[in-house]
Design a protein around this ligand. Sequence first.
Ligand code: KE4
Length: 438
Amino acid sequence: MAQDAISEALYERAQALIPGGVNSPVRSCRSVGASPFFVKRAAGCRLEDEDGHIYIDYVGSWGPMILGHAHPEVVEAVRFAATQGMSYGIPCRLEVALAEKVVSMVPSMDMVRMVNSGTEATMSAIRLARGYTGRPKIVKFDGCYHGHSDCLLVKGGSGLATLGIPGSPGVPPEVVAHTVSVPYNDVEAVEAVMKAHGDAVAAVIVEPVAGNMGTVLPKPDFLPALRRLCDTYGSVLIFDEVITGFRLAPGGAQERFGVRPDLTCLGKIIGGGLPVGAYGGRRDIMEKVAPVGDVYQAGTLSGNPLAMAAGLATLKVLSTPGIYASLEEKGAALEAGLREASRIAGVPVTVNRIGSMGTAFFTDSEVKDFAAALQADTAAYAQFFRHMRSCGVYLAPSQFESFFVSTAHTQEDLDRTAEAALESFRVVKEKCAKKMKV
Ligand code: KE4
């Protein structure tokens, strides 16, 4: 039987019933010229597909699985919660416990509202900022992706960048008329927009470390400039920490970079693998949210007890002393392995990495914004992805995403990854050299 026969058969069935056979576009692996495998089980940093292939996983469900898959404390928390009922639609103690844990970890959060996804979190934060300020305009950054709510689907990163869709059909022009997108790290561009429109800007929303054009770090003056400009014009500064929250530090990027937003959006890790998003921040803003205030937002499954239990167990483990130092060491080891392998193979890559997230861009230029990321050789990345997968290493199926290291990755896993990378870079060199842009 073909080595991927079961996944191929499942993919065939899935494509007849689900658009592209996937419940989220980037999983289709189309941008890297591959078909997805179907996971049978996952544990620690390993995935097993339906055909029995094992992979070292650097996607981690796109960020949530910072403790690795099926962490025993998380599994037990969810198992027990399930025996107490799946959903109530009535407040329960787990919602209070997770809210207290989140507020204790994220410096700028006085209050928090749970939702079910990062998209809901940013969509709600934008509505809240507009309700709080009475202003219409939103400033975002090219290459940053904040989920798929209409007013934010402009020049997105993540799936949009990968699929090359600048915005999306189905979003009426008037819905994005108030959304301005400027280059990431470009302080002058933001200053110009705020000078021209600042009094009408409800919010500036940013990924404090971008993860959706691949990993791009903020220049030292970037985040402080956004804080200064929002203070000057009375706009709400929103940090979209759906990726960076609880990943870069207990308090996320805002703790690491020492810049306090007015609102923070969370997702991924906060749910420990179950569907949780959240938005929160200054009490004077959050008290505008219904039912206390009149900015409306709601959700049947918001605060779901199983999801709260998974998130709480995850954050409790992440509060173990030394865990972020260990994640930093593992991230640095992975970066060093990728750099050394590309050097030996003679394939220039730019590796952007912070803590346990990063991206290897197939370019020898600095990648400080979306325009630079788009210069990367996506064909070379696709070749690298496919060969790494054949070596049993699963990377993000897109040049414009990030890799994630978990607490479950061991030195042996990292060494094996470096060996696979050397072999894969050599294949890229051989197969793509003539076409490579560098
Ligand atoms: P979700 O609605 O997918 O939970 O979160 C949207 C979102 C918001 N903000 C940031 C910074 C995000 O990265 C995301 C979602 N990230 C993508 C991949 N980077 C999720 C993967 C997918 O779309 O399948």
